[in-house]
Write a new protein. Structure first.
Length: 635
């Protein structure tokens, strides 16, 4: 099966993904809507680019409880980053700088998290234990995130099966990255410490589209509760992907669900092609045991080169290292993703770990004509003793970075003989993925000694159960039975007006299609007109529909009253005209027909449309347009 070649994204079938053993799971992070942060009493949800101070820190790995270092922490330490935090006095306190102990966990946040966990059919644990999770990228100033699992063994329905929820946790949010250039990374701390939940599914999605669709269901579940924040950055998805023979790769921080299909397709393609690369290396006799490489300083040999990136490097006093990869000829041109090659795997590692951000940061002899002159490549090969079957790779920078870069080239090339390294990868705009860091292992988690366990009583769970909305899949099933427009079903299921819709249909006996359109589509129309739709509260909309139910306004009148309410914030009952009687309607239609007789009409079939338009201008809101249209035909 390793001979299978990935087709273009649009041509891949479910059977194709089955052949490569595609599996994917989701980790969805969703901010909870609370006034305060999770472990301090600073306000949550205040975003600002302004700051009052900056703090500089360096991150260093620490031993786990088992006396071991986490691989991610060690990789981050190699980068020698300076971490700068931009701090606003109104949103950050000494707790977040690890200068004072934490408060007890925010009970409001915990209640909201538990409620969402119950909607996902999770078993809620009876005692909460808070742990620390190391974050050596600097995104949390303390170097660790406080997190706690509160729900396990849940599920959501999907098509004809269930997708299992492994666990759901509550934890504090990290900083927002402002920039990452060279050895300096800058963070804004405005969202730091805000409560969020992390929902982890089993790897049970079998195609890229399934991953997106399950993500949409999970997003709809949390939004249907009204307990979470919405808008940019309030929800972020990490996607885990693997293929047969590969390993779990995490695509970090996917900003929108719509990007998931192409990202997971490309990640599966990358892993499959890396497995094919391993087989090619094995065919050449290159294994982890037989892999050979060496590093030479070739700065002097390139003093007269005209290749501008190296000219610039040498003018800044940098040096150039040459890495010889024995037996790797043409393999840096091995395709991994669409228009992406194995050389980028190496370049990414050099960029992240050696902090050589300016691209290109490497060049290699497999693409000789695009870089140095052919004679320069020949001179370099002869100097370092490279044979025809070898590839040489150049990397440049100051002494420390060039040494780290050369080391990363050797490491990543040797990893190709093993298969697929466990990584966290970035979601790139073109739908491909790029290296971010080594995938963290279990050694990064350890118990928090500052906070005691917390009981979650059955009484607490039962009180929360009373306020739970119906699961969205039950709402959507009912909506389809009512035959409301398909494009209103999901928006209504997650809308704050879902309960109002139920009341309108069940108690006021309002036509379900009219109610759905008024609650979902009308506000969109008004928003396009720049009206303040926040004025359309449940109470005001209910009052408008009660007027309609009592026969005091028409269907058209509902929209007019909603528009007036959005404009002014009030239902202006003085503008409600009495419903039109049949004799008055006939009089208006006669006048409209008379006016139309004096208009030149090129298409006689349009005559009734013109009469309807003239009549509606006079009676809009006092009678339904459908009744007027029927009366015109009758006349």
């Amino acid at each position: 099966m390793i001979d299978f070649v990935f087709k273009p994204f649009e041509e891949m079938t479910t059977e194709d993904y089955r052949k490569v053993g595609f599996k994917s799971g989701l980790e969805i992070h969703q901010q909870l809507h609370t006034e305060k942060k999770l472990f301090c009493r600073c306000p949550a949800g205040r975003y600002s680019k302004n700051y009052n101070a900056e703090i500089l820190r360096h991150m260093r790995p620490t031993l786990s409880e088992l006396g071991e270092y986490d691989g991610t922490a060690l990789m981050e330490f190699k980068t020698k980053k300076e971490i700068i935090y931009q701090i606003h006095r109104d949103t950050v306190c000494t707790y977040e700088m690890d200068d004072t102990p934490p408060f007890e966990i925010n009970d409001d946040a915990l209640d909201k998290g538990i409620a969402i966990g119950m909607l996902m059919n999770c078993v809620i644990i009876d005692e909460l234990h808070i742990a620390r999770k190391q974050y050596l990228d600097g995104s949390i100033p303390t170097g660790f995130q406080r997190t706690a699992i509160f729900g396990v063994d849940g599920w959501i329905p999907y098509k004809d099966r269930k997708i299992n929820i492994i666990q759901i946790s509550i934890e504090e949010d990290s900083c927002r990255e402002v920039s990452d250039i060279g050895h300096t990374r800058v963070y804004n701390t405005d969202r730091l410490g805000m409560p969020l939940i992390e929902t982890v599914t089993a790897p049970e999605m079998l195609t890229p589209v399934e991953v997106m669709e399950v993500g949409e269901i999970l997003s709809a579940v949390v939004r249907s509760t009204g307990l979470v924040r919405t808008g940019a950055g309030a929800a972020r998805e990490d996607v885990n992907v693997s293929v047969t023979g590969g390993t779990r790769i995490e695509i970090k921080g996917v900003p929108s669900l719509g990007r998931i299909p192409k990202l997971t397709y490309h990640e599966a393609m990358r892993q499959w092609n890396l497995l094919r690369l391993r087989e090619e290396l094995k065919r050449r006799g290159i294994t982890p045991e037989t892999f050979k490489s060496k590093v030479d300083n070739v700065t002097k040999l390139l003093k007269k080169t005209k290749y501008q990136p190296i000219v610039n490097a040498l003018s800044n006093g940098n040096l150039v290292n040459c890495v010889t990869l024995k037996g790797f000829k043409d393999l840096l041109r091995w395709q991994t993703q669409t228009d992406t090659y194995f050389s980028k795997e190496i370049s990414d590692r050099v960029r992240v770990v050696a902090c050589l951000n300016t691209l290109p940061n490497i060049i290699h002899s497999d693409s000789a004509g695009e870089t140095l002159a052919a004679s320069e490549w020949q001179t370099l090969k002869k100097h370092v003793g490279a044979k025809d079957k070898d590839t040489i790779v150049l990397v440049w920078g100051d002494e420390r970075d060039a040494k780290t870069g050369a080391g990363e080239i050797e490491i990543r090339a040797k990893e190709a003989t093993i298969g697929i390294p466990s990584e966290t990868r970035q979601a790139l705009k073109d739908g491909t993925t790029g290296f971010e860091r080594i995938l963290p292992g279990p050694d990064r988690m350890y118990p928090d000694t500052d906070l005691p366990p917390k009981k979650i009583t059955l009484e607490r769970i039962e009180e929360l159960r009373k306020i739970l909305p119906e699961p969205i899949w039950e709402r959507e099933k009912w909506y389809r039975e009512l035959q409301i427009p398909e494009d209103t079903i999901r928006p209504l299921a997650i809308s704050k007006f879902a309960n109002l819709f139920k009341k309108l249909v069940s108690e006021l006996k309002i036509n379900s299609v009219l109610a759905a359109v008024a609650l979902i589509q009308y506000p969109k129309r008004l928003a396009k007109k720049k009206f303040d739709i926040s004025n359309l509260t449940e109470e005001k909309i209910l009052e408008i529909f009660e007027l309609y139910a009592k026969g005091k306004t028409s269907r058209e009148g509902i929209l007019l009253l909603m528009e007036e309410t959005a404009k002014s914030g009030m239902i202006n009952k003085d503008k409600i005209q009495p419903m039109l009687k049949e004799k008055d309607l006939n009089k208006i239609l006669e006048e409209a027909a008379y006016e139309t007789e004096h208009i030149k009409i090129n298409n006689p079939e349009k005559k009734n449309v013109i009469i309807l338009g003239k009549a509606m201008n006079k009676i809009r809101g006092r009678i339904d347009g459908s009744k007027v249209s029927k009366q015109i035909i009758k006349n």
